[in-house]
Ligand binder design. Structure first.
Ligand SMILES: Nc1ncnc2c1ncn2[C@@H]1O[C@H](COP(=O)(O)OP(=O)(O)O)[C@@H](O)[C@H]1O
Ligand SMILES: [Mg+2]
Length: 419
């Protein structure tokens, strides 16, 4: 084997520094890596291999053709969010057919997992907890196709059964886009009003608790479960995915309760034939995990879980591509990893100071749908270093105003609650 292609839809920087490590490991074994990406720019330091920027509107067939023309022996999808996972799953079908096996969940399973309603049914059948809810079909609301005069009233009855407040979520979409809280029957009526831009939604009960996310990578029979990442608070107000501190670290009760959930999730992945990575969003409440969605792709917290476990998801995907054995089971957490959004760009001198004080895994601009959200930083620390780390960050804040008082207070509350 000489060449492995990576299919990517968003800036490669978000996979930093793990994708670069995986590429260097390949180079050390004499295998060339190629990046086929449809967004952002990538230089030598971002992807130390062959690089091809494809048009954003590229079709799955065109992706497959570009990868084949380069002479790839294997391919790996590392695209997100879900619409691009679907694109790559279709490209995989073409690539597999021409003898370029591609690490990606097959299209039929991907199509189920990109759909929040279908995913809810799969989870329920696998014995996982999900928020009670119902599906709202935009065609029926708009009167397209068969007229169903009782449809709105049927949904109102469903809403009363589940109980307010409710949350409506586009069946497709990601990063909390289009999510609305429905606090009353009047809100539901507004949600059901005919509008040309109406999309099908899942309407479900609001669950209050701690948001968390887990990445699972592998193939049937060998799934590696990365450590849980905590990503904020879930309540009746939908919040921007990156608004809060995100972290991976010890949380004994939850870690113990998660073991059964992990088994159910890997069982479900196996029965669906998942290949590659899935990213599961959950809410931890009253000692149980309620599953919100299973994204058939790399997740938004992948860097965190790699940093906290020393298990590189991109290397695991490459091992799969090469047909090398993959260690299954729970990846052990070896340290804390903490991620925060820094607002405006961090000055280089401040970043250098930060690097002097803590182990920075990555600091890069967070771009979602071509919109910048400022710089995002991930750092790690060993257990036992909590107090020292908070002190070091407090000194930096005193000297430079970075990180902000708010971020510092959150880090301090997490790492050194006695302070
Ligand atoms: N049932 C729910 N109860 C409370 N909060 C929810 C619920 N469903 C979604 N949310 C909030 O919306 C965010 C996004 O929901 P999710 O189902 O993960 O969709 P996506 O990430 O695709 O936008 C969650 O992180 C959480 O903050
Ligand atoms: Mg989500």
């Amino acid at each position: 084997m000489r060449k492995i292609a990576f299919l990517r839809s968003v800036d490669i920087q978000r996979a930093d520094p793990y994708v670069q490590r995986a590429v260097r490991e390949l180079a050390a074994d004499g295998i060339e890596a190629g990046l086929f990406h449809t967004s952002g720019t990538a230089g030598d330091s971002d992807f130390p291999g062959h690089r091809e920027r494809l048009d954003e509107g590229v079709t799955p067939r065109e992706i497959a053709d570009a990868v084949a023309a380069w002479g790839a022996d294997r391919a790996v999808s590392i695209s997100l969010p879900c619409e691009n996972a679907l694109r790559d799953a279709a490209a995989k079908a073409f690539l597999d057919a021409v003898g370029i096996p591609t690490v990606m969940t097959p299209l039929a399973a991907t199509m189920l997992l990109v759909d929040k309603w279908e995913t809810k049914q799969l989870c329920r059948r696998a014995g996982l907890d999900v928020p009670d809810g119902f599906r709202v079909d935009s065609d029926l609301l708009a009167g397209r196709g068969l007229p169903v005069p009782g449809y709105r009233d049927a949904l109102r009855v469903q809403a009363e059964r589940v109980g307010y407040p409710l949350m409506s979520k586009p069946v497709w979409d990601s990063t909390s886009m289009g999510i609305r809280t429905l606090r009353s029957p009047a809100d539901l009526d507004a949600h059901l009003a005919p509008r040309p831009e109406t999309v099908s939604t899942v309407v479900e009960q609001v669950v209050e608790g701690d948001l968390c996310s887990v990445d699972i990578v592998g193939r049937p029979g060998a799934y590696r479960v990365l450590p849980l990442c905590w990503t904020g608070r879930a309540c009746a107000e939908p919040v921007f995915t990156f608004a809060d501190l995100r972290w991976c670290g010890p949380r004994e009760e939850a870690d113990a309760a998660f073991a059964d959930v992990a088994r159910a999730l890997t069982g479900l992945c196996g029965s669906l034939g998942v290949r590659g990575s899935v990213n599961v969003d959950m809410i931890y409440t009253g000692g149980r995990f309620v599953v919100l969605e299973i994204n058939p792709r790399i997740g938004g917290a992948t860097t965190l879980s790699c940093a906290a476990s020393g298990s590189n998801t991109f290397s695991s995907l490459v091992r799969m591509a090469r047909g090398l054995p993959l260690g299954g089971g729970m990846a052990r957490r070896t340290c804390w990893a903490v991620e925060f959004l820094a607002g405006d760009g961090i000055r280089p001198a401040t970043l250098a100071e930060l690097r002097r004080r803590v182990r920075v895994v990555t600091a890069h601009e967070l771009v979602i749908d071509a919109v910048s959200h400022g710089d995002i930083v991930v750092f790690t620390l060993a257990r036992g270093e909590e107090e020292r780390t908070v002190r070091a960050l407090a000194e930096l804040h005193e000297a430079s105003g970075f990180p902000t008082a708010e971020v510092l207070a959150r880090i301090s509350a997490l790492l050194d609650p006695e302070r």
